[in-house]
Unconditional design. Structure first.
Length: 201
């Protein structure tokens, strides 16, 4: 995301609810110092101002995926029901098979937060009943893979649906609770709310 010509990282707001904490990557290295992030709680979203800016790419796979797993983001669009998508979470890795967008324009509680807020977004589901996301995947990108292998952004993971808990796959990070359905916020909604453009290559 680019609010002022300078890149920002987009993630879920409840990952840093006070928006004042230092932000680290999966290895514990600092991405951004304390006090440099901005939050919109009603959209469960956080813009992180990283050291060195951004490169218009996302990493495909879990938090310990090799650096060669990055892919170029070439645009974004509103979510459409029935669209096949991929989700790339830090805890459970990338999920593409049988994963698609469900209902759009739905209301839900905005992430794992203490004060009750309602977000409007969309549902992502694994139509085969397998893993779609897990705890620790919040803020993960949701995207389509285009013919040239670039990615089209559709949204970010907000919260798993506890009515659809499933057994996690092997090789997950930590001890996540996995679900076959989760709620998400649209990239287009967040672009409008933040007044930003997509950082693309």
């Amino acid at each position: 995301m680019k609010p002022d010509g300078t890149g920002r990282i987009l993630t879920s707001g409840h990952c840093n609810w006070g928006a004042g904490s230092r932000v680290n990557d999966g290895a514990g290295d600092m991405i951004a110092p304390a006090g440099t992030s901005q939050i919109k709680k009603n959209f469960d979203s956080l813009l992180i101002d990283p050291n060195g800016g951004t490169i218009g790419e996302v990493f495909r796979g879990p938090q310990d995926a090799p650096g060669t797993n990055e892919a170029v983001v070439s645009g974004s669009a509103a979510p459409a029901q029935g669209t096949s998508v991929c989700v790339s979470g830090a805890a459970t890795g990338e999920h593409c098979a049988n994963v698609e967008i469900g209902n759009t324009g739905v209301e839900f509680d905005c992430g794992a937060i203490a004060d009750t807020r309602r977000c409007t977004g969309f549902v992502v589901k694994n139509t085969n009943g397998g893993v779609a996301s897990g705890t620790g995947d919040s803020g993960a990108p949701i995207y389509i893979v285009k013919a040239d292998n670039s990615l089209g952004a559709r949204g970010i993971v907000t919260e798993g649906n506890s009515n659809f808990i499933v057994t996690c796959n092997a090789n997950v990070w930590g001890n996540p609770v996995c679900t076959s359905r989760f709620w998400a916020v649209s990239t287009e909604t967040l672009k409008n709310q933040w007044g930003v453009v997509m950082d693309v290559e």
